[in-house]
Write a protein of this length. Structure first.
Length: 331
C-alpha cells in the first residue's frame, strides 16, 4: 500500500529578543506538539530582524540564543527540521523573484508595516515594506501545507496565499497554497499592563511581558502587578480584558476549559487567582529555563545542529527555487 505523506508544517520566529509568553503560547508550544503528527520545519527568522535597527553583535547572540531556545522548548532535531534563515540562501533569492509578483498596494495595507513604520518613523526602510514577501518565500520554498502562528500573522499568511495563487496562475503550478493554522485559544496573548494590546518583546515596559527565561520570583511578581479591573469575580466576560487574558493563559497551560477555571476560582479574589496563574506559568517555564542553560552552553552542539539544519533546508528548498527560476525564464 502506498504510504500517505504526512502534511508539512513550517513556521518561524524572529530573534529580536528573548521569546515572550505570547510567542510560547501562540506559537512555539504548539510547534512542539505538532511535531508528533506532521513533518515540521521551524526556523529563526534572522533576515527579518534586519528590518529594524539592531546592533550586529546583539543580533548574532540573539540568533544563537533563539536557536537554543527552540531546542529548550522541546523542538527535537531528530523529529523536526530546525535551521537559521540566513544560513540558507534560497530564501533571499526566491524573495526577489516573488517581489515581482507582489503588489505595492497590497504591501501598503499590511497593518504590521503600518504599525512598525509609525513606531520607527526614522527608519521606514524598503526591507520593512517588503518583509511579507520574504515571509512568503520562507513558506512557499518548503511547499508547506500549514503554517502555525499567532493571530498577528494572519494578514501575512493571506498575503502569502494570494501571492502563491497569482504566481501559479501566471507561470503554471509552482507552489502549494498554504493554510494558516491559528490555535483557537492563546493566539493573542495580551500585555499584562495594557491588556487591550498584544504582549510584545519590544514593549518598553518589562512588566508588560513575561520572557520565557524570567525566573519564578519575577514571573509571580509580574502577574501580581497585572492590570485587571475593579470587580471581584474571576469570570470571562466582555470588557474584562485583563482577567480574560489571565484566564486564557491559565486555561491553555493547564488544559482546563474556561468554565472549569471560573469554577475553580469561584469565591476567590483576584489576588489568589493572579498568584495561581503566576505559579502555573513559572512551573511550565522552569524546565525550559534549565534546558536553555545547558544547551546554550554547548556551542559545539549548537553549531552542529544549525549546520545540519542548513544542509537539509537547502536540499529541500533549492528544488522549489530551481522550479520557480525555470518558470519565470531564468537560465
Ligand atoms: P514573531 O517573531 O513576531 O513571533 C513569533 C510567533 O509568535 C506569535 N506571537 C504571539 N502569539 C500570541 N500572542 C502574542 N502576544 C504573540 N506575539 C507573537 C506570532 O504570531 C508568531 O507565530 N513574521 C514572523 C516570523 C516569520 C514567519 C515566517 C512565521 C518569518 N517568516 C514564515 C511563519 C512563517 C514574526 O515576526 O513572528
Amino acid at each position: 500500500m502506498e504510504e500517505v505523506r504526512k502534511k508539512r508544517i513550517l513556521s518561524g520566529i524572529q530573534p529580536t529578543g528573548i521569546f515572550t509568553l505570547g510567542n510560547y503560547i501562540g506559537a512555539v508550544r504548539n510547534w512542539g506538539q505538532l511535531q508528533e503528527d506532521y513533518e515540521c520545519a521551524y526556523f529563526i527568522a534572522d533576515l527579518h530582524s534586519l528590518t529594524v535597527a539592531i546592533e550586529p553583535a546583539k543580533l548574532r547572540k540573539q540568533t544563537l540564543d533563539s536557536f537554543a531556545l527552540l531546542l529548550a522548548c522541546g523542538i527535537d532535531p531528530n523529529k523536526s527540521l530546525i535551521f537559521i534563515q540566513s544560513t540558507v540562501n534560497t530564501h533571499a533569492q526566491l524573495s526577489w523573484i516573488l517581489s515581482n509578483s507582489a503588489m505595492f498596494g497590497d504591501l501598503s495595507r499590511m497593518t504590521q508595516f503600518k504599525d512598525k513604520a509609525a513606531r520607527h518613523a526614522d527608519n521606514v526602510n524598503a526591507g520593512l515594506f517588503t518583509y511579507p514577501v520574504l515571509m512568503a518565500a520562507d513558506i512557499l520554498l518548503y511547499q508547506a501545507d500549514m503554517v502555525p502562528t499567532g493571530a498577528d500573522q494572519k494578514q501575512h499568511l493571506e498575503f502569502t496565499r494570494d501571492l502563491a495563487t497569482r504566481f501559479n496562475s501566471r507561470f503554471g503550478q509552482t507552489f502549494k497554497v498554504p493554510e494558516p493554522y491559528i490555535a483557537p485559544a492563546g493566539a493573542k496573548v495580551m500585555s499584562l499592563q495594557e491588556p487591550t494590546k498584544k504582549m510584545s518583546k519590544s514593549d518598553e515596559n518589562v512588566n508588560s511581558f513575561i520572557s520565557i527565561l524570567d525566573d519564578e520570583a519575577v514571573i509571580i511578581n509580574k502577574f501580581k502587578r497585572a492590570v485587571t479591573d475593579s470587580e471581584k469575580e474571576v469570570v470571562f466576560r466582555e470588557g474584562k480584558d485583563g482577567i480574560n487574558n489571565l484566564i486564557t493563559i491559565y486555561s491553555v497551560i493547564t488544559g482546563k476549559t474556561i468554565p472549569e477555571v471560573e469554577k475553580e476560582f469561584e469565591g476567590k479574589g483576584y489576588g489568589d487567582f493572579k498568584l495561581a496563574v503566576g505559579q502555573t506559568v513559572a512551573d511550565e517555564l522552569k524546565p525550559i529555563r534549565e534546558n536553555f542553560k545547558r544547551i546554550s552552553a554547548d556551542k559545539a552542539y549548537l553549531e552542529e545542529q544549525y549546520k545540519k539544519g542548513a544542509e537539509i533546508a537547502y536540499s529541500i528548498s533549492s528544488r522549489t527555487l530551481a522550479k520557480a527560476k525555470r518558470k519565470v525564464g531564468l537560465i
